[in-house]
Design a protein around this ligand. Structure first.
Ligand code: DPM
Length: 357
């Protein structure tokens, strides 16, 4: 039910009784009716826009009386395309500009690939909803000459493109005979580089390929035994201002509870290990009834050491499960691996995927 408010009055101090709790300042009915358009911030990449338009469409369907508008902008991660991701090392590479726009009231919500959203958000912003996850697995895409091969059968020395330390460390562990090279750019650019023969194969998230309608290029979905996916992979995270009750209530309708519970455990695990988005940390979650199984891995860049464990608990205690698994991995040597990587990345270790010149 919407109650028409003909001429919304600005909230003046005289209207608020002295000593009133802060919440009464928010006047949600006034806020929702006085705002003609809800502005959705997005990155400009094709994948980001597909995701944002999907969210816009869902919101529009569920709230036909409101207007949702998309405004797109370039983020730091979109601008620095010639430097290896791991070396930039900045958290929030793909999210900062959008967050600033929300804080400055130029956007009301922002749609992110959840895996690009740091586990700690800036003061005043919250994760308003986590949408239903598509396939969170990593996928192998091959050059035409390897159409008859799988990751297990690629010839020694084959050049595999990835900028993900997580993919690199796990794949080096299983396939030490492969060579790894850095690859940057949007998904279309990466596919072009592969097809042009710069790589024998590349590893991408199945989710991104699916959303862009390129599922037919997925040659092999990598099983969890070979590659545990990134925290939040395959889900969208929608961020908004913590005090925007109106937008928060609109976003509630997009939340997918099972995905949210799985991602809460995954994000708590990463947060507890203090890993940014460029760390060789992988996860897998499985939700059956009220039981949540969380698997986590921390791997060294050379692929020699792999600390991996699994924990089951109540989905309602997802956060605690993530924290507990992180502590266990730390007891098994995960912290030493992460500390080493921090130095290796800073010192430009030869273990990092080499850039193609
Ligand atoms: C993050 C990573 C990558 C992206 C690191 C990782 C992949 C970088 C690379 C945190 N963000 O996964 O270990 O391989 O060069 C990104 C993609 C998607 C969201 C593309 C991809 C689409 C999938 C999704 C980049 N962010 O991973 O192939 O929405 O989950």
């Amino acid at each position: 039910m919407t109650s028409p408010v003909s001429s919304p009055q600005p909230v003046s101090n005289q209207m608020i009784p002295p000593g009133a709790p802060e919440a009464s300042l928010q006047a949600p009915a006034l806020a929702s009716q006085s705002r003609p358009v809800i502005r959705i911030g997005s990155r400009q990449s094709q994948l980001a826009l597909v995701q944002t338009h999907w969210v816009q469409e869902q919101l529009q369907k569920l709230h036909p009386d409101r207007v949702f508008e998309v405004s797109s902008m370039k983020t730091q991660g979109d601008k620095i395309l010639d430097v290896a991701l791991a070396k930039i090392g900045d958290k929030g590479l793909f999210t900062k500009e959008l967050e600033l726009a929300m804080m400055q009231q130029q956007a009301d919500l922002a749609v992110h690939s959840l895996k690009d959203l740091p586990t700690r958000l800036p003061e005043g912003l919250v994760l308003g909803a986590i949408t239903e996850r598509v396939d969170p697995a990593d996928a192998l895409v091959v050059h035409a000459q390897h159409r008859d091969k799988q990751i297990e059968t690629l010839p020694p020395g084959s050049v595999v493109g990835t900028s993900s330390l997580r993919r690199l460390a796990q794949l080096r562990h299983h396939f030490p005979h492969l060579a790894f090279k850095d690859i940057r750019g949007n998904l279309n650019t990466r596919l072009q580089k592969l097809d042009a023969g710069e790589y024998d194969a590349i590893i991408l998230a199945a989710a991104g390929m699916q959303r862009l309608g390129w599922s037919d290029r997925i040659h092999q979905v990598l099983p969890a035994e070979i590659s545990l996916h990134a925290v939040g992979q395959g889900a969208l995270g929608i961020e908004c201002r913590a005090d925007d009750a109106d937008v928060l209530s609109l976003l509630k309708s997009l939340e997918h509870q099972p995905t949210a519970q799985r991602c809460q455990a995954e994000r708590a695990f990463l947060r507890e290990l203090e890993g940014g988005c460029q760390v060789p940390i992988g996860v897998n979650t499985c939700l059956t009834g009220d039981q949540l199984i969380l698997t986590g891995v921390v791997a060294s860049l050379d692929g020699q050491r792999l600390v991996k464990d699994m924990l089951t608990g109540l989905a309602s205690e997802a956060e605690q499960l993530g924290i507990e698994l992180a502590r266990r991995l730390r007891q098994q040597g995960a912290q030493e691996i992460l500390d080493e990587i921090f130095v290796e990345v800073r010192q430009n270790s030869p273990l990092l995927p080499k850039e193609l010149s």
